[in-house]
Write a protein that binds this ligand. Structure first.
Ligand code: TK8
Length: 336
């Protein structure tokens, strides 16, 4: 199946580059593609790459209308629009998909991967494909995992240098039970909220803090309303590019291949762009006035010990087979 997809993608690239995309079975299509972050973010930049690639591969017939800043709704609202067929595509956090496909909770496992190399290998390998395929009979088709990134903690109450500093901090978490449990376990007062409501919630002090990758803290200007940042890297968050299954089933094989190829091309761009930006972002957040706390090795270990207490329940939720397969796959990746 994978080879077939690959050949289809290569075929299309050849078609497009030789200027005969007209010959392929491609009709004029309008694709409403929603996302949550602002246009000037790693997410927005990659959606633009996706749109340009779809345009190129389809000989200008398939048009992507990119709509950022949650203007089409929060992640969960857009997911429902995809399932219902009212919107064609989106990119968003896998964490908000857990209510639809419980296996997605695998990606919320604290400290599951140690670095981006492991993340790429796991997500692009058989385990990633298996989890992704769970969306198919739920009304969505997943095309590629993009990088959201390693998540770090910010808050406005006090510098968090040890576990106890989190006591009673009202912390916004993504809408899913793993995140809720994880941060309750750490002693925070965890409050699930859609990302689209987060800036205002921080600004009005409805919540004290949140956790997201450096890139997002920067592009969403959380530094304007958050004083303290603690480098926790507590979980690697993927984004996933999804298509409405209802709409997907109306597409020709050539049209589907255009979307698959563009999702992979933009994924590769996105991961590199995100990593380049993340490497500079912490210094930039500092110049914007944030106070950065690094955890001592002892405190980091304590936090890790607490957080990984949720692993057992994640394993039960995603299924023991998938959990064990993931551990085996990670061992394989690490031995390479
Ligand atoms: C953007 C979200 C965001 C995620 C979150 O729509 O909710 O905190 O990290 O990237 O998907």
């Amino acid at each position: 199946m994978k080879l077939k997809k690959l050949f289809a993608a290569i075929g299309l690239t050849l078609l497009a580059s030789s200027g005969i995309a007209q010959a392929a079975d491609i009709k004029p299509r309008l694709i409403r593609f929603g996302y949550g972050l602002v246009e000037q973010s790693n997410q927005g930049r990659a959606v633009k790459v996706f749109a340009d690639e779809v345009d190129k591969l389809s000989g200008g017939k398939m048009k992507v209308r990119a709509i950022g800043a949650a203007a089409l709704g929060s992640d969960t609202q857009m997911q429902q629009a995809l399932i219902g067929g009212a919107q064609e595509m989106m990119v968003g956090s896998t964490a908000t998909l857990v209510g639809i496909a419980k296996e997605m909770a695998l990606w919320d496992t604290p400290f599951l991967v140690n670095n981006v190399k492991e993340a790429d290998a796991l997500l692009d390998g058989p385990v990633g494909a298996k989890v992704n395929a769970k969306l198919d009979d739920k009304g969505m088709v997943g095309l590629a995992y993009w990088e959201n990134g390693f998540r770090n903690l910010t808050n406005n109450k006090r510098p968090v240098a040890k576990l106890e500093d989190l006591d009673g901090v009202k912390l916004r978490v993504m809408q899913n039970n793993v995140f809720l449990d994880s941060f309750k376990t750490l002693g925070a007062n965890a409050v699930p909220l859609p990302f689209s409501e987060l800036f205002t919630a921080l600004e009005t002090k409805t919540v004290d803090g949140q956790e997201n990758p450096y890139n997002t803290i920067l592009s969403s200007k959380f530094y304007e309303v958050q004083k303290y940042l603690t480098v926790t890297n507590h979980v690697y968050s993927p984004w996933i590019v999804t298509v409405s299954k209802k709409w997907w089933d109306t597409l020709s094989k050539d049209e589907q291949a255009v979307l698959r190829a563009a999702a992979i091309k933009s994924r590769d761009f996105e991961r590199k762009d995100t990593r380049d930006e993340a490497a500079k972002a912490l210094a930039e957040l500092k110049t914007k006035g944030m106070q950065i706390n690094e955890l001592s090795p002892a405190e980091a270990a304590r936090m890790r010990g607490k957080l990984t207490q949720v692993n057992a329940s994640i394993a039960t939720n995603v299924g023991m087979d998938l959990w064990n397969e993931t551990q085996a796959e990670l061992a394989k990746i690490r031995s390479k």
